[in-house]
Design a protein around this ligand. Structure first.
Ligand code: SF4
Ligand code: SF4
Length: 253
């Protein structure tokens, strides 16, 4: 079992680099990460429903934190404007990463709501989207990723209520930049406020550290490959995950 603080520090490395050697700010982010996962620390993650409960807690916590921080950003910067609107979906062709518990929650909902034929069709589409994953690996796969998400239908997300935190975190200040990026048919880049962007990392780090107490790997996953793995064998994947194995599609280091 890894040390709780060490897991948080490892997850927050990309955030720390944004703030150089400012140790007081690093500590503030560490504390925030610990605080946002306080509720999940009280839960035993080894039950059959644990992934769904962890993912639901993560989404709720993220939304609360994000909204509070967004209000602060707006109060400090009168020029701050959000460009995102309903039906805007340039960002839905980007490489989505998510926590394994989020992937299990989505797969669980799909299994319960779709018929066998629809599920088979969806699995085929997901599998096509992640076909070059094994050859490229996690980082290579995300490098120049550009493909519409299989859950995007007529510019709307069909899993909106349970969409990953990464999707909730896209909040652009410049729609033209999103459009230009989309038209380049290469990795989508969205201009974002840095403080808002960090909210998802805090939840990822906190939940990863909480899971590590039970020897469960909480590293982020690439959306399509991990979903293909889980939908292909839900119970088997769940068992492997609870026993500490890394899933196909999950970052290993
Ligand atoms: S992030 Fe960009 S592409 Fe996505 S909804 Fe907002 S403005 Fe549209
Ligand atoms: S899950 Fe939904 S919000 Fe996220 S990329 Fe896919 S369609 Fe877009």
């Amino acid at each position: 079992m890894e040390d709780f603080s060490a897991v948080i520090d490892k997850c927050l490395e990309p955030v720390f680099t944004l703030f150089g050697e400012q140790q007081d700010i690093h500590q503030w982010f560490r504390d925030m990460s610990g605080a946002v996962c306080q509720d999940v620390l009280k839960l035993d993650p080894t039950g059959a429903e644990c992934a769904r409960v962890f993912a639901a807690q993560a989404a709720e916590c993220f939304e609360l934190n994000f909204n509070a921080v967004e209000l602060q950003v707006k109060s400090l910067d009168p020029d701050y404007r959000t460009a995102c609107t309903k039906g805007c979906s340039y960002c839905c062709s980007s490489h989505i990463t998510l926590m394994p518990q989020e992937a299990f929650r989505i797969a669980d909902m799909l299994r319960k709501s779709l018929g066998r034929k629809d599920l088979k069709g969806l699995l085929k589409e997901i599998s096509k989207g992640g076909a070059d994953y094994d050859e490229k690996g996690f980082r290579g796969f995300g490098e120049d990723y550009f493909r519409p998400c299989p859950f995007l239908r007529e510019d709307h997300c069909v899993i909106y209520d349970i969409r990953p935190l990464s999707c909730r975190n896209w909040m652009s200040q410049d729609i033209e930049a999103c459009k230009t990026s989309y038209e380049s048919r290469n990795k989508i880049s969205v201009p974002q406020n840095a403080i808002l962007m960090i909210q998802k990392e805090l939840v990822f780090a906190g939940q990863n550290a909480a899971l590590s107490r039970y020897g469960i790997r909480g590293e982020i996953c690439s959306f399509l490959p991990v979903l293909e793995t889980i939908l292909g064998d839900y119970e088997g994947s769940y068992e492997k995950w609870l026993s500490g194995e890394v899933l196909r599609g999950q970052l290993e280091d």
